[in-house]
Write a protein that binds this ligand. Sequence first.
Ligand code: NAD
Length: 405
Amino acid sequence: MRICILGGDGYLGWPTAMYFSARGHEVMVVDNMAKRGWEAEIGAKPLEHVPALKERARRWKQKKFQPIEVVIGNIADDGQLMNGICHDFRPEAIIHYGEQPSAPYSMLNQENAVYTQCNNVVGTLNVMFAMREHCPQAHLVKLGTMGEYGTPNIDIEEGWLDVTHNGRKDRVLYPKKPHSLYHLSKVHDSHNLEFASRMWDFRVTDLNQGVVYGSDTDEIGNDPELCTSFHYDDVFGTVLNRFVVQAAIGMPLTVYGSGKQIRGYLNIRDTLRCVELAVTNPAGRGEFRVFNQFTEQFSVMELAQRVRESAAINGMKVEIQHLRNPRVEQEEHYYHAAHSSLSSLGLEPHLLNHEVIGQMLEKAMKTANRINEASILPKVDWKQGWQAPVTGLSTAVPRLQAVRA
Ligand SMILES: NC(=O)c1ccc[n+]([C@@H]2O[C@H](COP(=O)([O-])OP(=O)(O)OC[C@H]3O[C@@H](n4cnc5c(N)ncnc54)[C@H](O)[C@@H]3O)[C@@H](O)[C@H]2O)c1
């Protein structure tokens, strides 16, 4: 298939590009390198040095794999970019990762909130119109997030809800109550895409993904020139990745609030497989299909305890520390989310066990000299925004205090 991957320089985009290329597909990646700019802006660096996208693509080609075509451009600001791509490349599938993906970044200040919503919503609109014009048969696989649902006091379904109201029945988009302006941008995308399916017979799969962990894939192997951008800082690092890095440098694992917040999680290897299952089993014309893409659910505290146990197996003593929760979210809540669609298509999950955490720990310890401890503690407060100067963050003193050991 001809597959266009938007956000191909990112944590998930680059491994996805290699995954499809290794399976013989014709792959094009598009990215504007925005993530590298956000990193510089907040003073965060990925755990390993990540070579430029074109260098990684060159390295991949040297390995005699199907070349990955690289396009540098902004899908939101450049209204014509996607038109050109859809016209010339004629993708059969578009995998859309190309958005600002961080909740804290979107809650940092007005400028970042506006940027996040414009970048994400306008980028997706541009994709929609380019598809309508040039490749209306193509299948759009759009990355959404489980965070769109929030923590409702009823079961979370896969995107749709059957309702009975005043004796009449209908099927409606599942009502969403997200916890950040980033997550809301994804809700807006979902609505726009459901609209496109209804109006223009689009094939859309909205993948409401849980929190991803890990950075090992078969295609990356042990080659540092093919690595992906694994973040552990408070803004771009996802929780398990952050805990592992904290354990590796002997820093207490910092749990926000009670740690009873429950979310869905998945290994990066399963992200790749889920996206493959979606692409190779496309939605029908006019179908807006939603899959909840996670394999296991944990509370934050359960994750911290697992990391502590894995560290102990590896001879390391790790403490857990609770911080005042900088986010506005329920800490004790009901959480039961359906996620059977991808399993029905054949997903065999990689579960979170001590071996997986042990491998992550080993990798983090190898690169411990690159770890910037100051970038780990939370500095974005949901009610007050940025709690430290934007520049020189590495020297800023976090205002969030440990409340109990
Ligand atoms: N990582 C996770 O745990 C997770 C969980 C749920 C959903 N997601 C979603 O998956 C997608 C990928 O996440 P990620 O962790 O790889 O993020 P990432 O930031 O590493 O990758 C996103 C990429 O998109 C690019 N990009 C952003 N705006 C762009 C634009 N206007 N034009 C061109 N390129 C643009 C960035 O430069 C970056 O390389 C995101 O949409 C994110 O919201 C990620």
